[in-house]
Design a protein around this ligand. Structure first.
Ligand SMILES: NC(=O)c1ccc[n+]([C@@H]2O[C@H](COP(=O)([O-])OP(=O)(O)OC[C@H]3O[C@@H](n4cnc5c(N)ncnc54)[C@H](OP(=O)(O)O)[C@@H]3O)[C@@H](O)[C@H]2O)c1
Length: 343
């Protein structure tokens, strides 16, 4: 019998998750049945959507129950197999959550080829976040050559891919990130045309100077004050794929101040804006084949670069997750739960 060290939801957070949101427990795993695999988690992906799963507010997916293991995408090594398609040592993409080991049905994992790309990229640029950027930008944003595309959280896995795909399509990419180091990385590592720091006191003026021809696509990752500023510059027929609102994920009450909805709706009307929310799963059937072909090609030829922020050990997950919601991460946030056998 194997044991798994797990992080379970101890209580639902009000606002920012605290230490007592999470409970570490040892749990005995059941013996394998036919068609099942015993997995050792190598990388756990930490993603902003997990904050929504810790709450029981109505959403597009069921919340994690109190007492349950927190959900999450993982890259794992097969330690024991009772399925003929998998051998011990195979590396797989799975959804094992915040734990060191898991039992999974072979039908619920996907084999990865470590010789084609670093295995961690299956959780980032070549995985769900990269796919989100690809499908949301191309299907809804539809950037045209010469147009201006703006994205915030721009050093993260979604935002950095959005900016670089926009460049591949011949658009001008304006990236917004928190702090000077991230701003520099947007220019030097990711090739954005202009990079802005949303924490700078001159942000509003910097943005106005960065988009002299207005904004044609605003890929909405954050909400909050950044979005309020960008909306001042949208062009007629601008497109706004609404991907995420991470600035509000820890909010426990509606923002103070006047109701901004009428002003926003007037803008949607007078600028003929396309505002379209999406959850990436909607596009999996229609866009996965093209994504795999295009994105692996762009990563291989250097048109799309990526950055990872790897923290060590499952114990580091709660603190790293809190930081993800406030910008402490710098790149795709991963937990190395155990040794990566491909390195
Ligand atoms: N719709 C979907 O299917 C889907 C799928 C995946 C992700 N998403 C969404 O896409 C967005 C980006 O995800 P990601 O995985 O790439 O995350 P990420 O960029 O690695 O991490 C979130 C970033 O948000 C920024 N941020 C936090 N609070 C902010 C604020 N008040 N104002 C401006 N920026 C703030 C921080 O960057 P700075 O330090 O640069 O501010 C932080 O690093 C999130 O909203 C996420 O929920 C949606």
């Amino acid at each position: 019998m194997s044991t798994s060290r797990q992080v379970r939801l101890a209580r639902r957070p009000e606002g920012e998750p605290t230490d007592d949101t999470f409970a570490f427990e040892e749990h005995e795993l059941p013996d394998l049945e036919d068609g099942q695999l015993l997995l050792r988690v190598v990388y756990l992906s930490l993603d902003p959507y997990m904050r929504g799963r810790l709450s029981d507010a109505a959403s597009y997916a069921d919340p994690v129950g109190v007492g349950e293991v927190i959900v999450g995408g993982t890259v794992c090594v097969v330690e024991e197999s009772r399925d003929p398609s998998y051998d011990v040592g195979d590396v797989v993409l799975s959804y094992s959550g915040w734990q060191t080991h898991a039992v999974a049905g072979a039908a619920h994992v996907r084999k990865l080829d470590p010789s084609s790309a670093p295995i961690s990229t299956a959780l980032g640029v070549l995985g769900m976040p990269g796919f989100t950027a690809y499908a949301g930008l191309l299907e809804i944003g539809k950037p045209q050559p010469g147009e201006t595309v703006v994205v915030a959280a721009a050093t993260g896995p979604v935002g950095s891919a959005v900016g670089q795909i926009a460049k591949v399509k011949g658009a001008r990419a304006v990236g917004i990130a928190g702090g000077e180091k991230k701003r520099q990385a947007l220019l030097e590592d990711f090739g954005f045309d202009v990079a802005l720091d949303h924490r700078s006191p001159t942000f509003a003026d910097d943005l106005a100077a960065a988009v002299p021809d207005g904004v044609d696509v605003y890929f909405e990752n954050v909400g909050g004050p950044v979005t309020r500023e960008v909306l001042r510059h949208v062009n007629l027929y601008a497109r706004m794929p609404v991907c995420g609102l991470v600035a509000d994920y820890n909010a426990s009450a509606a923002p103070e101040g006047r109701d901004r909805l009428p002003g926003f709706m007037r803008l949607v009307l007078t600028k003929s804006l396309l505002v379209r929310g999406f959850i990436q799963g909607e596009f999996v059937k229609s866009h996965t084949r093209d994504f795999v072909r295009d994105m692996s090609g762009w990563v291989a030829d250097g048109s799309v670069r990526y950055r990872e922020d790897v923290v060590e050990g499952l114990d580091a997950a709660p603190e790293a997750f809190r930081g993800l919601l406030t910008g402490a991460n710098f790149g795709k946030l991963l937990v190395r739960v155990s040794h990566d056998p491909t390195r």
